[in-house]
Design a protein around this ligand. Structure first.
Ligand code: MEV
Length: 420
């Protein structure tokens, strides 16, 4: 009898096969199994274990006049500290203001090798209303929730492509499956009427119809450090922002700092961070060159920041349903809709950015990160939470502690504790 395929094996058999082919030690096997979670086993194929990431909350943020505590999931030590610091720097009665002008997803139906593009375009235009109805009929419950297919756009690309873009209001949902179902239904209808080569029908993650803008304005004095006046700090932040508009090398890092915050919120809220990442970076290149996503200027003695992102986040459906912490996180942030979530996420991006820029143009990034880096170094050599303060104390005098020095500090702490 032939061996069943790997994905059909019971959990233990799959795990043991991996352990044996990878020569895992008993301890490693115990580690894998310790993180096994029954609820995750059917979520993905070939489940092995659940890889946990730390979750914390950003504080000090006021968004649209409301103080918010924002859950963030990240493994990078300085990210939540920076978001909270940014929230403090941008504090004002209204705080960071956000605006979502539109929230629609787009599915695309791609016709290739079109023999008579003019005739196809004419037919699509004439059938516009009917095709929108076909899309709605594929997911009628969307209409009852106030959503549905709203419009079509036809584009032609050389040499012989015709693209039919279907715009859909997916309500509060993440919406990828909805859009794929609806665009596939439209494609099937077109095929039933015309002999066209349809290459594919799929959601586009370039969410240009789900833009969110976060803005803030704070007195420059609020940016001061112990040694540099606020006006000078603000001026240097503006210069850093200008540089990210003209140098792609800087722009990528500038945007990475923004995405430190965005990704961590998107993860905590159970949304698809890969979709967000790809859409955001495409948007950063919309003018033909990759540029910084945020821009900072000085207006009447105030530092003004603005960040616009394509951020098609969902409040229900998808992983928000299956990952139990998502509902808890939505409650911690007091978010009750997709639009609110988009606003808060963009606000975190702006706060993250100002904290990074202020550190970079004043003390440099390493100074503020040092204690966090020492902590993660101590943890990585196996210090327990109880041992952490003593190990960090021993590392405090070393400028750039190495792994070996951290290990030595931990050994010394353990020896000292044994003697007590
Ligand atoms: C590090 O994770 C993020 C920064 O490099 C962002 C930036 O340079 O703007 C500090």
């Amino acid at each position: 009898m032939s061996q069943p395929p790997f994905y059909r094996l019971p959990y233990e058999a799959r795990r043991d096969q991996i352990a044996s082919q990878s020569h895992l030690t008993v301890d490693q096997l115990v580690e894998l199994t310790a993180h096994r979670q029954a609820t995750d086993e059917n979520l993905i194929e070939n489940y092995l274990t659940t890889y946990g990431l730390p979750e914390g909350v950003a504080v000090n943020l006021t968004v649209d006049g409301r103080p918010v505590t924002v859950p963030m999931v990240t493994e990078e030590p300085s990210v939540i500290a920076a978001a909270s610091n940014g929230g403090r720097l941008l504090a004002s009665p209204t705080g960071i203001e956000t605006q979502v002008t539109q929230r629609e997803l787009m599915g695309q139906i791609v016709f290739s090798h079109v023999i008579d593009p003019r005739d196809l375009v004419k037919w699509l235009t004439a059938n516009r209303k009917r095709l929108l109805n076909v899309a709605d009929a594929a997911h009628p419950s969307l209409i009852t929730h106030g959503g549905g297919a709203s419009s079509l756009r036809i584009r032609q690309l050389p040499p012989d492509w015709v693209l039919l873009d279907v715009f859909i209001d997916v309500g509060e949902a993440m919406g990828a499956n909805l859009v794929n179902t609806m665009t596939e239904a439209v494609a099937a209808d077109i095929k039933a009427h015309r002999d066209e080569d349809i290459l594919m029908s799929i959601l586009s993650n370039y969410a240009t119809h789900s833009l969110v803008t976060a803005t803030c304005e704070v007195p420059v004095n609020q940016l001061k450090t112990s040694t540099i006046a606020g006006a000078a700090v603000a001026q240097r932040i503006v210069e850093a922002s200008d540089l990210a508009q003209v140098d792609p090398y800087r722009a990528v890092t500038h945007n990475k700092g923004i995405m430190n915050g965005i990704d961590a919120v998107v993860l905590a809220m159970g949304n698809d961070w890969r979709a967000v990442e790809s859409g955001v970076h495409a948007y950063a290149s919309r003018n033909g060159q990759y540029q910084g996503l945020s821009q900072w200027s000085i207006v009447d003695g105030h530092l003004r920041g603005e960040l616009t992102l394509p951020l098609a986040l969902g409040f229900v459906g998808g992983a928000t349903r299956v990952l139990p912490l998502v509902k808890v996180n939505q409650q911690i942030a007091h978010v009750t809709s997709a639009r609110e979530l988009m606003g808060i996420t963009a606000a975190v991006g702006l706060a993250q950015n100002v904290a990074a820029l202020r550190a970079l143009v004043t003390d440099g990034i390493q100074r503020g990160h040092m204690s966090l880096q020492r902590k993660s170094l101590a943890l990585s050599v196996g210090a327990t939470p109880a041992e952490l303060p003593e190990v960090m104390h021993r590392l405090a005098t070393i400028t750039q502690p190495t792994m070996a020095q951290a290990q030595a500090a931990l050994t010394a702490v353990r020896q000292a504790n044994l003697k007590e």
